[in-house]
Design a protein around this ligand. Structure first.
Ligand SMILES: CC(C)(COP(=O)(O)OP(=O)(O)OC[C@H]1O[C@@H](n2cnc3c(N)ncnc32)[C@H](O)[C@@H]1OP(=O)(O)O)[C@@H](O)C(=O)NCCC(=O)NCCS
Length: 175
């Protein structure tokens, strides 16, 4: 059981250096350029993105990134990345950061959210499965270094998925 009480909030520009450092220290996370992260905070364009950070005291403890392409019934939401600091894992924070993206996508009108995960990451498959994602496809040799298939997972943002459940000890505050 966790005794932590993380605040999960949208990232600000001054958080980006720390986000990038966390990402660089997480070899299994997707790796983006500093410009990619800066672009997440820009509004406008055909892709809407969110970047949430987890804070407890000084410094950031994790982050998650999501996106939505299109609008209305055609909107496609994606959970793009989630990272928690090494020493703080297995306390529910990764799940809470995923839920923040799922709630954001739901609020933006997306009916479902998808993601890709390395086939050789059974623990990540368990994490996403616990949030209500189910495997819907496989992309052979999608990842390099090391080469691996991607499992495509999808979660309806309607009723039974992870949105709204189990996040009570985390607060989500506006910037
Ligand atoms: C993936 C990651 C964000 C999970 O963060 P976390 O805070 O540990 O996640 P949670 O505590 O919410 O874990 C939820 C469940 O996922 C599963 N899980 C997560 N990490 C696991 C691990 N290392 N081994 C086995 N199961 C694991 C468990 O079922 C866990 O529930 P439990 O602790 O009650 O057994 C974190 O391990 C991380 O930052 N990894 C490096 C970056 C990365 O690979 N991101 C994902 C790219 S696909």
């Amino acid at each position: 059981m966790t005794t932590h009480n993380w605040e999960i909030r949208p990232a600000r520009e001054r958080d980006l250096a720390e986000v990038i450092l966390m990402e660089r220290n997480a070899p299994t996370a997707p790796h983006w350029s500093a410009a990619d992260y800066a672009a997440v905070l820009q509004t406008g364009g055909s892709v809407r993105r969110c970047l949430f950070v987890a804070v407890q005291g000084v410094g950031l403890d994790g982050f998650s990134v999501g996106s939505i392409t299109g609008s209305g019934p055609d909107a496609e939401a994606e959970l793009e990345s989630v990272v928690v600091l090494d020493g703080l894992r297995r306390q529910g924070l990764g799940s809470a950061l995923c839920r923040a993206v799922m709630e954001w996508a739901h609020g933006e009108g997306a009916a479902a959210i998808s993601l890709e995960v390395r086939a050789a990451s059974p623990w990540a498959l368990r994490l996403y499965g616990g949030l209500g994602f189910v495997a819907t496809g496989r992309r052979p040799r999608y990842y390099q270094d090391p080469t691996d298939d991607a499992i495509v997972m999808r979660c309806s943002l309607g009723g039974a998925c992870g949105v709204g459940g189990g996040i009570s000890h985390f607060s989500q505050r506006a910037p």
